[in-house]
Design a protein around this ligand. Structure first.
Ligand SMILES: CC(C)(COP(=O)(O)OP(=O)(O)OC[C@H]1O[C@@H](n2cnc3c(N)ncnc32)[C@H](O)[C@@H]1OP(=O)(O)O)[C@@H](O)C(=O)NCCC(=O)NCCS
Length: 184
């Protein structure tokens, strides 16, 4: 029989995640070097800097996926603070009922990625489910590059819908779609 090796999923605290930052950023660098991203070392450096802040934030949850000892995928996010800049940089303004934050209203899915050799095995789907399970927030939000077709198809399948577009303040970054998923 030709069965694939099992994938193990683990939830990490911010402290544990910090200890694995080199592995996480290595996978991040590999995945985002691919099209449609083509991102280089400056993005990986920004990832590390932001990660160090995000891992200490309210509602932080990171799920890693390993095949044996090898890190093959991960996803993480944080609860948005009422003063979050999340709803800034919108291409077209959105109504306040969408953009006004209150404590614990919204959880942001910051990152979700799977190494190229492990795709289409529902690894992202499992991580996504574990990240959102039991959350107390009303809704979740994320940004996605419209050209990242696999991600866009997956998010729609998992109940996300687009609410607008924004410019992500990354070097030379294009317009990202902002998506929301109701959690209640
Ligand atoms: C997007 C990504 C995380 C999906 O990971 P994955 O583990 O391959 O996804 P899954 O196997 O859980 O797929 C879930 C569903 O998404 C859709 N999907 C995923 N990849 C797809 C593809 N290449 N083409 C079409 N549909 C796709 C399918 O509906 C799939 O369900 P199905 O296989 O039962 O048809 C992965 O492609 C990736 O890491 N991409 C690069 C990084 C990225 O863009 N991350 C998102 C940032 S916002």
């Amino acid at each position: 029989m030709n069965s694939l090796p099992a994938i193990d999923y683990q939830s990490l605290t911010g402290e544990q995640a910090a200890q694995q930052l080199d592995e996480l950023s290595e996978l991040y660098t590999q995945v985002y070097a691919e099209p449609p991203y083509g991102w280089g070392p400056e993005h990986a450096e920004l990832f590390r800097e932001r990660f160090d802040v995000q891992r200490r934030q309210e509602g932080y949850r990171l799920i890693s996926a390993r095949e044996g000892r090898r890190l093959v995928a991960f996803g993480f996010g944080v609860t948005l603070r009422p003063t979050t800049p999340w709803w800034r940089d919108l291409v077209t303004p959105l109504p306040e009922e969408i953009t006004v934050e209150r404590p614990g209203r919204t959880w942001a899915l910051v990152e979700l990625l799977v190494g190229a050799s492990w795709r289409r095995r529902h690894v992202a789907e499992n991580i996504h489910g574990l990240l959102l399970s039991g959350r107390q927030e009303e809704r979740a939000t994320l940004t996605v590059l419209p050209a990242a077709t696999p991600a866009v198809i997956a998010y729609r399948k998992w109940g996300w819908h687009k609410v607008g577009d924004k410019r992500n303040p990354l070097p030379g970054a294009p317009v990202f779609a902002v998506m929301v998923k109701e959690l209640r």
